[in-house]
Design a protein around this ligand. Sequence first.
Ligand code: ZN
Length: 150
Amino acid sequence: MTDISSDIRALYQETILDHYKHPRNFGKLESANRKAEGYNPLCGDKMVLYLEMKEDIIQAVRFEASGCAISTASASLMTEMLVGKTKGQAQALADEFHDLLMGKGEGKNLDKLIVLSGVKDYPVRIKCAILAWHALTAALKNENKVVTTE
Ligand code: ZN
């Protein structure tokens, strides 16, 4: 027997796997003028995030990563939402996503990122999901350093 919530979970699972197997905006960004690295020692997820910014607007974004499905899917979904956003809008998105994972708010501006909402029930996985966003915050602040989830 299936109910609606298990159908939604299956759909979410499918989206996460799709972004893991076929990450969007994957690879090095030669035109980048911002870069941040992220590392989640708990799971072994590693990531490099590249941003090209013109004044306050994100022009392009790419990432390189080796890690689990959750960390890769979160980064891939994140990159799909960033182009054209201002620094402030991108940071607001990061804050809203963080709140969603902490079980606060409904993430109504998060679009497809909502597929990661189930992660909030798995505290260890929250660090996987948040890694790309820590890297984003560092890149927006123009801190070229390795951020960790610890
Ligand atoms: Zn992970």
